[in-house]
Structure formats: structure tokens, C-alpha cells
Design a binder for this molecule. Structure first.
Ligand SMILES: Cc1cc2nc3c(=O)[nH]c(=O)nc-3n(C[C@H](O)[C@H](O)[C@H](O)COP(=O)(O)OP(=O)(O)OC[C@H]3O[C@@H](n4cnc5c(N)ncnc54)[C@H](O)[C@@H]3O)c2cc1C
Length: 532
């Protein structure tokens, strides 16, 4: 059986890649060893950038409808238990409040979409049903990828089918989205570098129907217990399920930890319990030849800060258009070369952001003292000291909007490099920029539409501030490669002010290729952008 792309692994990254390839008309087979998506907890927050990407591919509203209620606060607490006054409450807007804030600002500083809390076990079946509705995608659960070989002409994969027989599939490309223990990565001989097995925690999933409504200290999404076991409680999307993480030796203790944290009589059941380990690792390479890697297969972060799946969705969306362009015949060889150059630096960056966030978490946790809960002057002093540190350090996990939106591809052969260093990287703050390689900042147009929603697919030359630049030679240069190209005139003043230039060339993922006030040599610009 032959297809254009074989994707190994239907986690959120493989599913997102399949959906974006499928909607571009690229035929792919998605192989997943599990019989069906499982009801096991992992990630629970799509960040703002991921939601922008999901809006672009038409599924953001579906995700919101399946996720955490839009009016529910996203506050983060540091507590001794759910019934004691919180030591610290960090307020974060509900989706509805964040959307109102985004609607009220037009300065490029806001994302188009805010975050959305949705449990991985809700997201995966949703993405699966979207993938199954796209004719170009052949979704095969119960299919275990065993091995591959590749040559200049293509890739062949051996796959164990549900009946135990082994079949061979061939394709132009293969992508390993097969998670942290990636078989594809191991077969390529690619190593992960960094810090492995930093800490082992246990995570249990609880069903407790009325707990969320009964929390007396206020509703939120994360409740960190100030203790010596790194305990934290996470509200899952239904508000009827919770996960608790703690450094304990046995599953039995997860019952005690939950009851200690909740500190009220509640009816609950434990649905699953398993250990997991914290890692900060990045792969040396993101592929070889016709085989690529994305998601946890190439970067493992501490979930603090939520840069695991969200980084992987960024990989998927970067790789997808480059594969499609190459398969459609208009993409030059530099497109696929640029995948590793662009995304590995983001993997390294996001591992660093995650390290910073987890150090912050450790910093306030290290302030815990045995006398912490005592109603004595010493107890009070210990609590006050912890809160002082937590008020700074815990924010590093929750407020990394710069890490989420402010990434920029550097040193890529398919971007027009600008002289100088560009705006500094700041994980904690987002400054809109159109420096080459940056994500196009969100702006509202005069008619209230988001610019992202009117930008067509393909390469787009934005003409701002009533620029009269002649786009025809550039169009002809793109057409000579068969590449999709259009020009979009944006008359309003605000976008021109925010973007800072009359002309911006965007690529299909809406990152900036080039900016300026007069067009440079059109042939050279089109050649660079299309990877020739
Ligand atoms: C407790 C916890 C909380 C987290 N919270 C967040 C968060 O809030 N935000 C965030 O962004 N990230 C979070 N993460 C990280 C996130 O869960 C992962 O980054 C994400 O699952 C990675 O997605 P993936 O598709 O790359 O890999 P995976 O989800 O691991 O999927 C890989 C898939 O490949 C399949 N597979 C593997 N081998 C084969 C084979 N040989 N053949 C066929 N199929 C195969 C597997 O069965 C699996 O379905 C969290 C992680 C944990 C543990």
C-alpha cells in the first residue's frame, strides 16, 4: 500500500499533523498502536498559540465546546488544603474574560485566541474524529509501527496489524510522532541530550462529581499544596475529574494525599494511577533523509508551563506545509532542511523556559518547613516567607506568554535575515514584532475581523497603509515555481502602525519571511521563500 506520508503515533501531535496535511490534500496514513484513544490524563491546557493554530485549521470552537467551561476562572492557588484560606491566589481570566480583553485591545500584544483547558483524553478523540472526516487521511488504530527502511526514492514501513500479521506500507515521507520513547527516533540512532529522570511523581485520576462546586476557597484550575511531597491538584475539563500529583512511594498513598488535600468528606473513585518522570531533553536531530520527528519524540519538558504538547503542535504545523509544498512540487529542498533548523531551536528554547518555570516551582517549595502548619509565630513566619517567594516564582509557570507567542525562527535558509540581533527573547512578556521569522501579531481590522481570518493560505504579500507597491513581478516569481501567492491590501492605519512596514511577505504558516517598504529583487525573494 502506498501513500504520501506515513505518520507514526496518533497523540495530539500526530493527529494535528495528519489534519493539516489532509486539509492540504496530502494523502497520509496515521498509524496508532493503541486500539482506541485512552482515558488517561496528561496535558490539559492548549496555550494561546495552539488555539490560534487550531482556529486557522477550523477546529478552535469544537475544542472550546468540548473543554473547560468558558466562564470558569483559571486561577492558580497555593494552599494547605481546599478548606483552609489559601496562602496565595493568582487570578487568571476565564476564557470569556480573556476573549473580552482581546476584543478590547488592538495593539498587537494579545493573541487572537486565549488558552483553553481541555484534557488530553478529550482532545485526542476529538482530533481523531476530525482526522477521520478528512478523505485524504487513512486513520488506523491497532496498528503498531515496527521498523522502516529508506532510500532516495521513498520509505517503507513494517507494521503489525490488529490480526497480528505484518504488512508493508510505502510512502514518500515518514514522520515519527511516537512520543518520548520514539521507536522511529531510536531506529535513526538519534540521541536525546539534557537531563533525564529529574524527579518521579505519581499521578492519579479521580472522579468526584461535586467537589468542584463545593470548593469553599474559590474556583480555579491548579491547587498546589505547600508540603514536602510536591502535591498538586489539577481540575480537568469536565470539572468532575481531577488529577493529583505527588512524590509518594505507593498508589495507596495517593488516596491519603487526595483526602488530605480535599479535607472534606466527598464521594470519589480513583480511575487510574501511574508514576511519571520529569525530563528536560532535546534530540540532536529532528530527522534524517525522508524521515522526520515531531513532538515528544524530539523534546521532553517538565509539564510546568505547559510547553509539551504545545511545542509539538508547533512542530506539526511547521512541518506540514513544508511536506505539502515538497509533495506538490513547488517547494524547493531548503524547505524540509529548514524544519530542523527552525523547530529544534524552539525545542531548546522551550526546554529552557520549562527549566526556568520548574526552578521557580522548586524555589518556593524549598521554603516549606516542618512547622509550616503550626499556629505559632514560627509557623506564621514560615508561611509568610514561602508566600513571598511563591508570589514571584510560581508566576514563572503560569505567565509565559512570551515563550508561547514570542518565538522567532533564526538562521533559517528560507527567511530573509535582517541585520542585528532583533528583539530580545523574553519568556514572561510578549512584545509584538514583525522581525523575519516571527509569528504575525494579531490585529483587528477596521471592520472588526481578525487579520488572521482574512489571510488566505499560501504566500501572502500584505500591502499596508495604502502602499501602491507593484506586486506583479513578485507574483510572477512565485508562479514560476507553481507556488500559491496572493496579495492582500490592508488599508487601516492600525495594522500599519503595529507592523511597522508597508510590506510584509508571509509564508503559509503566517510567519514573516521578509518586511520592508520597497520590494527587493522579486526572483531572489521568491527563491529564498520557496526553498530553492
Ligand atoms: C502530567 C502531565 C501533564 C502535562 N500537561 C501538559 C500541558 O498542560 N500542556 C502541554 O502542552 N503538555 C503537557 N504535557 C505534555 C504532553 O502530554 C505531551 O507533550 C504530549 O502528549 C506529546 O504529544 P505527542 O503526540 O508528541 O506524543 P504522545 O502523546 O506520547 O503520543 C504518541 C503516540 O504514539 C503512539 N505510538 C508510540 N509508539 C508507536 C508505534 N511503534 N506504533 C504506533 N503508534 C505508536 C502512542 O501510543 C501514542 O498514542 C503533560 C504531560 C504530563 C505527563
Amino acid at each position: 500500500m502506498h501513500t504520501q506520508v506515513i505518520i507514526v503515533g496518533a497523540g495530539p501531535v500526530g493527529l494535528t499533523l495528519a489534519i493539516d496535511l489532509g486539509r492540504r490534500g496530502i494523502r497520509c496514513i496515521l498509524l496508532e498502536q493503541k486500539e482506541a484513544p485512552q482515558f488517561l490524563p496528561k496535558m490539559e491546557r492548549c496555550n494561546a498559540r495552539t488555539m490560534e493554530i487550531y482556529r486557522r485549521i477550523g477546529i478552535a470552537q469544537k475544542i472550546r465546546d468540548a473543554g473547560f467551561p468558558r466562564d470558569a476562572p483559571m486561577d492558580v492557588f497555593i494552599i494547605t488544603s481546599l478548606i483552609e484560606p489559601p496562602l496565595l491566589r493568582l487570578p487568571y481570566p476565564s476564557v470569556a474574560e480573556a476573549q473580552a480583553d482581546i476584543a478590547a485591545h488592538n495593539d498587537g500584544t494579545r493573541p487572537l485566541e486565549p488558552y483553553q483547558l481541555i484534557s488530553q483524553y478529550t482532545l485526542e478523540p476529538l482530533l481523531k474524529s476530525v482526522a477521520e472526516s478528512i478523505p485524504a487521511i487513512d486513520v488506523r488504530y491497532g496498528h503498531e509501527f515496527l521498523s522502516f527502511d529508506q532510500d532516495a526514492g521513498g520509505v517503507r514501513a513494517k507494521v503489525k496489524k490488529p490480526d497480528g500479521s505484518v504488512a508493508e506500507f510505502s510512502a514518500n515521507y515518514l514522520v515519527g510522532c511516537d512520543g518520548g520513547t520514539s521507536n522511529v527516533r531510536r531506529q535513526l540512532g538519534i540521541k536525546l541530550q539534557g537531563e533525564a529522570n529529574l524527579l518521579q511523581l505519581r499521578q492519579a485520576l479521580y472522579r468526584c462529581d461535586d467537589l468542584f462546586e463545593r470548593i469553599p476557597i474559590g474556583k480555579g484550575r491548579h491547587y498546589h499544596v505547600a508540603d514536602d511531597k510536591a502535591t498538586f491538584l489539577i481540575v480537568q475539563d469536565s470539572t468532575k475529574h481531577f488529577t493529583l500529583h505527588a512524590v509518594v512511594d505507593s498508589d495507596e498513598e495517593m488516596k491519603t494525599q487526595f483526602e488530605k488535600t480535599v479535607a472534606m468528606p466527598v464521594k470519589y473513585e480513583i480511575l487510574s494511577c501511574a508514576p511519571w518522570r520529569q525530563n528536560l531533553l532535546v534530540a540532536d536531530n529532528y530527522g534524517q533523509g525522508r524521515v522526520f520527528l515531531a513532538g515528544d519524540a524530539v523534546h521532553l519538558v517538565i509539564p510546568t508551563g505547559g510547553l509539551g504538547m504545545n511545542s509539538g503542535v508547533g512542530d506539526a504545523i511547521d512541518l506540514s506545509w513544508k511536506l505539502a509544498a515538497t509533495l506538490q512540487g513547488w517547494g524547493g529542498p531548503n524547505l524540509l532542511t529548514a524544519y530542523e533548523i527552525e523547530r529544534r531551536q524552539i525545542g531548546v528554547r522551550n526546554v529552557e523556559a520549562s527549566r526556568q518555570a520548574s526552578r521557580g516551582r522548586r524555589a518556593w517549595r524549598s521554603m516549606w518547613r516542618p512547622e509550616f502548619c503550626d499556629k505559632t509565630r514560627e509557623g506564621e513566619a514560615a508561611r509568610a516567607a514561602l508566600v513571598r517567594v511563591a508570589d514571584v516564582e510560581q508566576r514563572k509557570s503560569n505567565e509565559m506568554i512570551g515563550a508561547e507567542l514570542g518565538y522567532r525562527y533564526r538562521g533559517s535558509p528560507i527567511l530573509c535575515e535582517e541585520p542585528g540581533d532583533g528583539p530580545p527573547d523574553n519568556f514572561m512578556a510578549y512584545e509584538p514584532t514583525t522581525w523575519s521569522g516571527a509569528r504575525l501579531p494579531h490585529v483587528w481590522l477596521d471592520n472588526g475581523t481578525a487579520i488572521q481570518d482574512v489571510i488566505p493560505d499560501g504566500y501572502v504579500l500584505l500591502r499596508l497603509g495604502r502602499s501602491q507597491a507593484n506586486a506583479e513581478p513578485l507574483k510572477q516569481a512565485f508562479v514560476s515555481y507553481g507556488a500559491p501567492f496572493s496579495t492582500l491590501d490592508i488599508a487601516g492605519e492600525r495594522p500599519r502602525e503595529i507592523y511597522g512596514y508597508d510590506l510584509l511577505l508571509l509564508r503559509p504558516d503566517m510567519h514573516v519571511v521578509w518586511r520592508g517598504n520597497t520590494l527587493p529583487n522579486p526572483a531572489a525573494l521568491a527563491r529564498t521563500a520557496t526553498g530553492h
